[in-house]
Design a protein around this ligand. Structure first.
Ligand code: SF4
Length: 113
């Protein structure tokens, strides 16, 4: 797999050993090792999206505060699209505290003042 941690795009060789241990070769740094192991066990991604704002034509850019399980991305996007933020909103405001039961918040990455 290709590490997405930075533009270097290191090619990772991830192997699950007989004892269950996961080894990662080809990483240019420790972040790649962590990424490779996480991808092998439970892939996660940050999600960015646009959320409607009541009474405004311009939507608000938002993101997950941390990565969420990859299989939840569709649900997270649907939850964001279904929510309508109340202005004023400032960067960093929490708009959905626990999106789709992931324990991860949706936070504003732009202002709607
Ligand atoms: S392993 Fe490290 S250097 Fe290589 S792409 Fe990932 S983050 Fe970048």
């Amino acid at each position: 797999m290709t590490c997405i941690g930075c533009p270097m795009g290191c090619q990772l060789d991830v192997t699950k050993e007989a004892d269950g241990a996961i080894t990662v070769k080809g990483a240019g740094c420790g972040r790649g090792v962590i990424y490779g192991k996480q991808e092998a066990v439970a892939p996660q991604r940050m999600v960015t999206a646009l959320m409607p704002v009541k009474g405004r034509s311009r939507p608000l850019s938002v993101k997950t505060a941390t990565a969420v399980p990859k299989e939840k991305i569709g649900d997270v996007l649907a939850a964001v699209a279904a929510k309508c933020a109340d202005a004023p909103v400032k960067i960093g405001d929490v708009l959905i505290p626990d999106v789709c039961g992931t324990g991860v918040a949706i936070v504003a990455t732009s202002n709607a003042l």
